[in-house]
Design a protein around this ligand. Sequence first.
Ligand code: GLN
Length: 231
Amino acid sequence: DAGANAGKVFNIATDTTFAPFEFQNDKGEYVGIDIEILAAIAEDQGFEYKLNPLGFSAAVAALESNQTDGVIAGMSITEERQQKYDFSEAYYDSGVVMAIKADNDTIKSYGDLKGQQVAVKTGTEGATFAESIKDQYGFTVVYFDESPLMYETVKTGNAVACFEDYPVMGYGITQGNGLKMVTDMEKGSSYGFAVLKGKNTDLLDMFNAGLKNIRENGTYQAILDKYIAAE
Ligand code: GLN
């Protein structure tokens, strides 16, 4: 109900660089699937917002401390997070995958990570997955706040592999990020828009109602088609 929110500008936090979900175009404007879905939903539901690209773990921390009204950041709906946050309906299916430097022919499976350093992004599902298998496979984990820094450390050889969301790594590879995937995707969670548990229920309701509408009127699919080549 937009009427109850007249004059209100919601603060929505997002990641800095997580293409194709959020990234800056050559004019420095934020674009991507999350950015356009949010814009379409806000227009459909008649609410105003300010986008705040804080980085993933900072966005989640801002939500946890009630410094932002919501987060849209390719944020996976996990059981653990559902203790603290309320999520919208899922809007994109994802999973976690390992990536290595494109010219690396020695790493073929997790077993080849023994004694090596692996890069992850702080607070992500990829980090949680790497942490869950690091003792079994005998590798150490080094943390980064932004996806591009994680990829860069793999390219320079300071880490032998990284763990990233499959749709993001797949997109990055097609954009020439210099990495490749050699293992199957691990099953992961779907993405949702998050608010602090019990807070901003009107915003969450509007997000869900708008998501339903943009799915029905074709806008949602048009946004996906714009960023992801039709299969
Ligand atoms: N989907 C992952 C998570 O929620 C990563 C999100 C991100 O890096 N923006 O943990």
